[in-house]
Design a protein around this ligand. Structure first.
Ligand SMILES: NC(=O)C1=CN([C@@H]2O[C@H](COP(=O)(O)OP(=O)(O)OC[C@H]3O[C@@H](n4cnc5c(N)ncnc54)[C@H](O)[C@@H]3O)[C@@H](O)[C@H]2O)C=CC1
Ligand SMILES: C[C@H](O)[C@@H]1OC(=O)[C@H](O)[C@@H]1O
Length: 254
């Protein structure tokens, strides 16, 4: 069964990792894709090609989510290309690991701007378009297990993920009357570029694996199903929810 047949799905930070897996997963379920990316053109072009090979349409739009104008432009390009916005997956994020006591101001400000301001303005721009269209929609934000627990080298990052989780709760209330559902996924540790250097520390990697009842760290594709589900009508009565996708890591105290 195709869960997103004919839907226009927008994904931020979609040229790599979880965003890319979500975009490909949505295409497999019948969606056309508009993907945002910030850096090199190659990975975005290959994501578009992979979606087209699945028989769906896709465009890639370059832009830094930290700039509020990027969100307005991204949604406008989606409407130009496909006439509507049905789903927004707010995924783009950074996690430059750093100790707390000597954390540089610019690292804190950039992390807040990309992860939290970026999500805020993307969600707002998508919601404005969905309200104009008048037939509801779905928003899925990629928060984190880090919305619920801390990290010694993530003092600037975990508050942004708690913020994204909270944003979905408040927008669920603000947008419910428009038929727009807002939910978040809370990934555990997923093997992507964002933590490649951090997990090069074998001792740390083994510790994270041991903490995971399902016995392995996650792959980006592990997020595709939960994101597609929350974006789809299968989740028609789900809003304001947060779905942990962590192999059980969060509940594993001892
Ligand atoms: N990998 C993990 O263990 C976890 C990741 N997450 C979240 O998942 C999301 C995706 O990260 P991953 O796929 O893991 O890593 P990733 O590094 O592969 O993906 C992040 C994407 O965001 C893009 N991006 C970064 N800054 C941007 C900006 N200013 N504007 C537009 N795009 C920008 C990057 O180019 C990249 O494509 C992030 O929000 C991250 O916080 C949450 C929990 C766990
Ligand atoms: C980047 C981290 O490895 C990753 O990001 C999160 O949100 C979790 O804290 C994961 O460990």
């Amino acid at each position: 069964m195709k869960l997103l047949e004919g839907k226009t799905v927008l994904v931020t930070g979609a040229s790599t990792g979880i965003g890319r897996a979500a975009a490909i997963g949505a295409a497999r379920h019948g969606a056309d894709l508009v993907i945002n990316y910030a850096h090199s053109d190659g990975p975005a072009a290959s994501c578009v090609a992979e979606i087209e090979a699945l028989g769906r349409r896709a465009i890639a739009v370059k832009g830094d989510v930290a700039d509020p104008q990027t969100a307005q432009d991204f949604v406008a390009r989606a409407v130009d290309a496909f006439g509507k916005v049905d789903v927004m997956v707010s995924n783009a994020g950074i996690c430059p690991f750093h100790a707390f006591l000597d954390m540089p101001v610019d690292v804190v400000e950039r992390t807040f701007k990309v992860n939290l301001h970026g999500a805020y303005f993307m969600v707002q721009a998508a919601a404005q378009q969905m309200v104009k269209q008048g037939h509801g929609g779905a928003i899925v934000a990629v928060s984190s297990i880090s919305a619920l627990v801390g990290g010694e080298y993530q003092t600037h990052y975990t508050p942004t993920k708690a913020g994204v989780h909270s944003l979905m709760q408040s927008t669920a209330i603000a947008l419910g009357k428009h038929g727009i559902r807002c939910n978040s996924v809370l990934p555990g540790t997923i093997l992507t570029e964002i933590n490649k250097d951090d997990l090069a520390d074998q001792e740390k990697r083994e510790y994270m694996e041991k903490r995971t009842p399902l016995g392995r760290l996650g792959q980006p594709e592990d997020l595709a199903g939960p994101i597609v589900f929350l974006a789809s009508d299968m989740a028609a009565y789900v809003t304001g929810a947060a779905l942990l996708v962590d192999g059980g890591m969060y509940v594993n105290l001892q």
